[in-house]
Design a protein around this ligand. Structure first.
Ligand SMILES: [Zn+2]
Length: 363
């Protein structure tokens, strides 16, 4: 049984992380959500997708979103030479992009391969070589001889671009590497928890969700919170790991293999303390490892959700992910499986009395 859950996880992580999901063009990811959870899913007019599962009670309504999009780019112009200029969608650091392969998705559904190019080092001045190159100085080479040929491939302005980077298991096969684990690792956990909850009883109604356009300022979640109308929210993320040079081991809050991260705050939200305590207690009662975290920077879909309507008590649970916002993100399958387990346990125990207590503020 345990092995089949792990195999299902790896299968989901591979297909979801390899899907194209530039912000605003999450179609392929949405298709997988629908395929996994069945035709009773619904979408809203922003593109968010929902799978609602009623348990033994209408309330509380528990909202469990993860974002479907990934950091990407869009075609901004086609030069006379047939090269593509691009705008970034989400936070890229130029150092990680040079000489990398990408895929451009055309309106006709084709995937066109490209390489990110720039002025070669041989032609750079000494001072240019010391600097990080501006993203505006880079272009994408699709191998077209001129603009007309690039257009003949089906490429148009606005087409979404994502990293071209295959899924792989490391020599230690429990470590997985792929593009887009921010946030496909979270989305996969949400879908996986939904599949497990489908067979189980729970004292609430759960709204599992894939949101759009998180990477460009948590835009989709604003509409998704309205559609879900929740009493509580559990945002599931792929958060940056910090078990790397530069962070002393005693200060680490997101080590691979350390278990899901429970976030107290970041620059976009201070999460509900009472709810966090409940999550910690649930993890301890079920011997699930976890890591507590206070982030100086960053933000998640919790930003618009926790202030939706009259306010929604919210927590953020995250799978530590090395090298997010690059072509190669690494996660540990044990953190993923523990995140799914924690979500399922929370869904099985969050009843009306608990939700009322969390949201009552009787100090
Ligand atoms: Zn994310």
């Amino acid at each position: 049984m345990k092995d089949s859950i792990k195999e299902k996880g790896i299968e989901l992580l591979e297909s979801l992380s390899q899907a194209h999901g530039a912000p605003g063009q999450e179609n392929e990811v949405r298709r997988i959500f629908r395929k996994q959870l069945g035709e009773e899913v619904r979408t809203d007019r922003a593109g968010n997708i929902f799978f609602e599962k009623k348990g033994s009670s209408e309330r509380p309504r528990i909202f469990v979103p993860a974002h479907m999009d990934e950091v990407g780019m869009a075609v901004q112009a086609i030069t006379e030479d047939g090269l593509l200029k691009f705008v970034t969608l989400g936070g890229w650091w130029a150092h990680t992009l040079l000489a990398k392969r990408v895929r451009i998705r055309t309106a006709g559904g084709l995937e066109i391969p490209g390489v990110i190019g720039a002025k070669p080092p041989h032609f750079l001045s000494e001072s240019e070589r010391q600097k990080v190159m501006n993203l505006e100085e880079m272009f994408i080479d699709v191998g077209a001889k001129d603009a007309a040929e690039a257009r003949s491939f089906g490429i148009r302005l606005g087409d979404g671009i994502v990293p071209d980077s295959g899924f792989a298991r490391m020599h230690n096969p429990d470590l997985l590497v792929s593009k887009a684990f921010d946030d496909r690792v979270g989305l996969s956990a949400v879908i996986h928890a939904a599949l497990q909850t489908a067979k189980a009883s729970h004292p609430n109604t759960v709204v599992f969700c894939g949101t759009v356009q998180e990477e460009v300022g948590t835009r989709g979640a604003r509409a998704a919170a309205f559609s879900a109308s929740p009493d509580l929210a559990i945002v599931v993320e792929g958060a940056p790991a910090d078990d790397l040079p530069g962070v002393p081991s005693r200060e680490r809050q997101a080590a691979l293999g350390g278990g899901p991260q429970i976030r107290f705050m970041d620059s976009s939200a201070i999460l509900n303390r009472e709810f966090i305590e409940f999550v910690i207690q649930t993890a301890e009662n079920n011997s699930i490892p976890y890591q507590l975290c206070v982030r100086r920077m960053g933000g998640t879909d919790a930003a618009p959700i926790h202030l939706h309507a009259c306010g929604v008590p919210t927590v953020v649970i995250a799978v530590p992910s090395r090298y997010i916002h690059t072509h190669n993100t690494m996660v540990d399958i044990s953190d993923y499986l523990n995140t799914v387990k924690l979500l399922v346990k929370l869904i099985q125990t969050l009843d009306k009395e608990t939700a009322d207590r969390i949201g009552s503020y009787v100090d």
